[in-house]
Design a protein. Structure first.
Length: 132
């Protein structure tokens, strides 16, 4: 097992609507799991222990308030997972289409994502990790 730790500051993945599963969605994210996975399973794959789920965009003050309430309850909020419509920014004042918490990359979302995945695959190979 390689040494070190990966910290996800922001991670985006598509979901598929599926009735009868947690929050009625499964996450498709080959960087964390070879097949569809529940939201809490996906969060767990990124080592998030305490999560909040929002189905609406939140302002930065609203996010800070969620963290404050969690801290006062003696809990660390590791992640906020947004279940939003495609093209909807999770934090409106940051802009973008929701691909990341910021404006979209100038080269376009698809080109950026492809380059990032190629870089991650090279790093995975260098670290001796298996694919999928």
């Amino acid at each position: 097992m390689p040494k070190g730790k990966i910290i996800w500051r922001n991670h985006t993945a598509p979901t598929v609507a599926v009735e009868g599963v947690e929050h009625d969605v499964l996450v498709i994210d080959p960087s964390t799991q070879p097949g569809p996975i529940t939201l809490t399973g996906w969060a767990g794959a990124m080592r998030a222990r305490s999560i909040a789920i929002s189905v609406v965009p939140l302002s930065q003050p609203e996010i800070l308030e969620m963290h404050r309430v969690s801290a006062l309850a003696g809990q660390d909020l590791d992640a906020i997972i947004f279940i939003l419509k495609m093209g909807q920014a999770p934090i409106p004042e940051c802009g973008g289409s929701g691909f990341r918490i910021d404006v979209d990359p100038p080269e376009g979302v698809s080109t950026f994502a492809h380059a990032e995945m190629q870089q991650l695959l090279r790093l995975q190979k260098k670290m001796g990790l298996r694919e999928g």
